[in-house]
Design a protein. Structure first.
Length: 241
């Protein structure tokens, strides 16, 4: 199984990366976490006719602005869009004229998920505007994805014994206390250490704070001092699980 980081910035796209999007290429399925600007690269990687599932954690624009380009794709198998309970109305507000092309005008078939063929837990996390994390099992591995989230009790449920935890790291070290619901690299690493995670990948670096990739390297070192099996993602990073 390959995990491809198509967009690793938070808030806005810069020379350091596109906004949030991750593609998982598993044996039987393609799974996408979030639809930031990085989603435009999907057709560089989706070459088989395995079913495609797109999970949206929340509707801050850096996680959904890439939905505007979904209509460029012509995947023969179409795409399945998976939303937490109550969020279809948010999707319908955004993916409609005058903002963008509605799904019934796409060049491929679009379904909205009801039943899923692999185990998924959808867990509401701490963020200013309701965010959901996803805990999925593919090829016998547990992958946990935070979307945007500060640490809460729900974070521990999300991460527990995951083979891979993909967690946001919007803030720098020693950031001021915030009620918005984000973390720095040390907090994400502590969560991984305390929950028995095997591997931690940090992503979603606030573009206004992380203005260079060098800063991500510094964040990686700080996180590794707490949880050694940590890496900081950059756009187009591919890891194997």
């Amino acid at each position: 199984m390959k995990i491809i980081f198509l967009g690793t910035n938070g808030w806005y796209t810069t020379q350091t990366g596109n906004t949030a999007c991750i593609l998982i290429d598993s044996k039987d399925y393609y799974v996408i976490f979030d639809g930031g600007n990085g989603i435009y690269k999907l057709d560089q990687h989706i070459k088989e006719t395995k079913p495609i599932y797109l999970f949206i954690s929340h509707f801050h624009l850096d996680h959904v602005e890439g939905l505007h380009v979904l209509n460029k794709f012509t995947f023969a198998q179409g795409i399945n869009i998976c939303l937490p309970e109550g969020r279809k109305q948010d999707f319908d507000k955004l993916v409609t004229p005058p903002f963008t092309t509605p799904t019934n005008k796409y060049k491929m078939k679009v379904n909205f998920c009801e039943d899923l063929p692999f185990p998924v837990e959808i867990i509401e996390l701490f963020h200013a505007y309701k965010d959901h994390g996803f805990r999925i099992t593919l090829d016998g591995k547990i992958i946990a994805y935070s979307g945007d989230a500060g640490i809460s009790k729900a974070s521990y449920k999300l991460a527990e014994n995951a083979d891979l935890l993909i967690h946001e790291s919007s803030y720098l070290l020693d950031h001021p206390k915030s009620s918005w619901g984000h973390v720095g690299p040390d907090e994400a690493a502590t969560l991984a250490k305390e929950t028995g995670v095997n591997k931690l990948v940090l992503t979603h670096f606030d573009a206004s704070l992380y203005t260079s990739l060098k800063q991500r390297g510094e964040a990686e070192k700080a996180a590794q001092s707490i949880f050694p099996n940590t890496i900081c993602a950059t756009d187009d990073l591919v890891i194997t699980l």
